[in-house]
Design a protein around this ligand. Structure first.
Ligand code: G6P
Length: 610
């Protein structure tokens, strides 16, 4: 959601900025813009896709070697040209791009209007650039004015600012919206809201902390606290490479990431399985055994797909570790008055590690004295850094907006955590070994599942014109039903509902007729027979059934329209296998319907505003 890129150095800035924006495209946006410092400031902005901006820039090539760029995902005001970033001061001498939301924008706007400032957009961002101008005393450097303005701003921001009054530098600041410095070749510095924006030029990055601001110029970078004191921020090396954020021969990132799952599952388990002991070795939580031993209750907060993974985690943690576990929508949790005791462990699950609501839920838990743990994919992200300890997914960058490989890695990370907690409580070595051995086999089983791709494409062809879908599952398969329905909605724009299979009788059954495809998750687990009864109920009402089964299910042959087979494994890991055909189904439906698979309309990869 919204992206920032900055460049200052000896090279022409435009191609570097555009390339950076393209690498951030996956985060979701609806307009884009660039500000270049070339004597004065040159602004180009366009609603729509980046190539529109690129074409506009090509009409007036610039030799500027310093600039900032932005992709905007509209929050305040429509996605049109005036609202697109960068925003400028009335004299055009300061330009600013911003991710986040300024909470006191209305009050500041009123004050600035009284001072004679003209507003040309509906955005909250514009107040910041006028405020910088208002507080800029002659002779001061840009960063002093930026820091003075930010001390008056409430809200979340990641910003980059340039000015023709103090050229050759970019001022960056962060509070709640990610921002990093890319340390380039000599005389060259970059900035990005995500490492993907700078990785083509450097692997060395410096993450800003909340309340930091920084100056980058040809001489390097300096980081400060908003109060003005200089601070040192460590350099980190980005461990993944460019190939991880390129399509590698696949038509879409989503498909590439679905097919990457055997590898991403190996990566989340690498070095973490203790075969003999039937246990998990988790470096990120190993040193917190005392706190974890005291845990009597777990609350998991998450959003979207990560919330679905959390539900599977709840079932696993209760079954194997016998720890009462509840799952919360992070956005609800943060505004309730939840009961949190010292013996509560608050877990945040997040692919991006930047979801604003999930982060706020962790802050709420911390305020109430709970220990917090992150299960996060993006290394160095805010949730990863602000929780007490955690487990990384190591799934590599996920570019498709609809989460696929991160979900299955979350399921495996939760299994590892369950093993860890279970083995320190009631889980026997024998049971632990059974889980470890099933985990070891899992990547191979996913390779098998991927072979159903052609069959699933046929199913998609058969149902591509349907307007509604129902997904049903029970037990461990209920969250899979929710996730399958979400995937379909996200990428194909078909309305879909996920339901616990037995709940169908309490409402959705009224919708079933011969126009309603029903995807039923029916692997052979403890509730298989019950699910078969649910299939009968759908069949009796002429619903069209697509069943996902494990092994052979001859008894279902004449009851269902399509049967997709996945291999069998232990029930708690079956969700990893049954999810894959549903990802493929959503993908093929979207492609057949001509939808933008990797960047579905209105969605953002990383939701950094509440
Ligand atoms: C957005 C994305 C979803 C994701 C959700 C939570 O809505 O489009 O794919 O599941 O945010 O994101 P997180 O990064 O916290 O897992």
């Amino acid at each position: 959601m919204c992206g920032i890129v900055g460049y200052v150095g000896p090279k022409k800035a435009t191609p570097i900025l555009i390339e950076g924006l393209k690498r951030l495209e996956y985060r979701g946006y609806d307009s884009a813009g660039v500000a270049l410092l070339n004597g004065g400031i040159e602004i180009t902005k366009k609603p729509g896709k980046i190539h529109e901006l690129e074409q506009a820039l090509a009409r007036h090539p610039s030799t500027a070697t310093c600039g900032i760029a932005h992709t905007r995902w509209a929050t305040h005001g429509a996605p049109n040209e005036p609202n697109a970033h960068p925003h400028t001061s009335n004299d055009g001498e300061i330009a600013l791009v911003h991710n986040g939301i300024i909470d006191n924008a209305d009050a500041l706007r009123q004050q600035l209007k009284k001072e004679g400032y003209q507003f040309t957009s509906e955005t909250d961002t514009e107040v910041v650039v006028h405020l910088i101008d208002f507080l800029w005393n002659e002779g001061q450097p840009l960063e002093t004015a930026v820091a003075a303005a930010l001390r008056k701003v409430d809200g979340a921001y990641g910003i980059a600012v340039i000015s023709s009054r103090d050229p050759g530098k970019i001022v960056l600041a962060r509070n709640g919206s990610p921002l990093l410095i890319g340390v380039g070749q000599k005389g060259e510095m970059l900035a990005g809201s995500d490492a993907a924006a700078v990785i083509a030029h450097t692997r060395e990055v410096v993450y800003l902390d909340d309340g930091d601001y920084a100056v980058i110029d040809a001489d390097g970078y300096r980081t400060f606290r908003l109060e003005g004191t200089e601070v040192a921020r460590a350099r980190h090396e980005v461990t993944w490479d460019l190939a991880a954020i390129e399509k590698g021969g696949f038509e879409h990132f989503m498909l590439k990431e679905i097919y990457d799952q055997p590898n991403s599952l190996r990566d989340v388990m690498r070095g973490r399985l203790l075969e003999e002991e039937g246990d998990a070795r988790l470096g990120g939580i190993r040193d917190h055994q005392t706190e974890l031993a005291a845990v009597k209750r777990i609350i998991i907060s998450a959003c979207g797909t990560s919330w679905h993974a959390s539900l599977v985690g709840e079932y696993m943690l209760e079954e194997y570790a016998r720890i009462p576990t509840s799952v919360e929508y992070a956005s609800e949790f943060r505004y309730r008055n939840p009961v949190i005791e010292e013996v509560t462990l608050a877990v945040a699950i997040s692919q991006s590690g930047e979801t604003a609501d999930t982060l706020a839920a962790m802050h709420e838990a911390t305020r109430n004295g709970a220990k917090t743990m992150g299960i996060v994919n993006a290394v160095g992200s805010t949730i990863a850094r602000q929780t007490d300890f955690g487990i990384y997914l190591h799934a590599g960058p996920e570019i498709g907006v609809a989460s696929t490989k991160a979900f299955t890695s979350q399921l495996v990370a939760l299994t590892l955590f369950t093993l860890f907690m279970g083995r320190r409580r009631h889980l026997s070595a024998l049971q632990g070994r059974e889980i470890v051995s099933a985990l070891q086999e899992l990547p191979y089983l996913v390779e098998e599942v991927l072979k159903v791709n052609d069959e699933v494409r046929d199913v998609a062809k058969a149902y591509m014109d349907c307007r509604n879908f129902l997904y049903l599952g029970r037990g461990y398969q209920f969250p899979v039903a929710l996730e399958g329905a979400l995937k379909l909605k996200e990428v194909s724009y078909i309305h879909a509902e996920g339901y616990p299979a037995a709940e169908m009788k309490h409402g959705p059954i009224a919708l079933i007729d011969d126009d309603m495809p029903v995807v039923v998750l029916a692997p052979r687990d403890a509730v298989y027979k019950k699910v078969v009864s649910n299939i009968e109920e759908v069949k009796a009402r002429h619903g069209r059934i697509i069943a996902v089964v494990s092994d052979d299910a001859p008894e279902l042959q004449d009851k269902v329209d399509y049967m997709i087979k996945v291999p069998h494994t232990i029930p708690c890991l079956l969700p990893v296998l049954t999810t894959v055909p549903l990802q493929l189904l959503a993908y093929h439906m979207a492609v057949l319907r001509g939808a933008d698979v990797d960047q579905p309309r209105n969605l953002a990869k990383s939701v950094t505003v509440e």
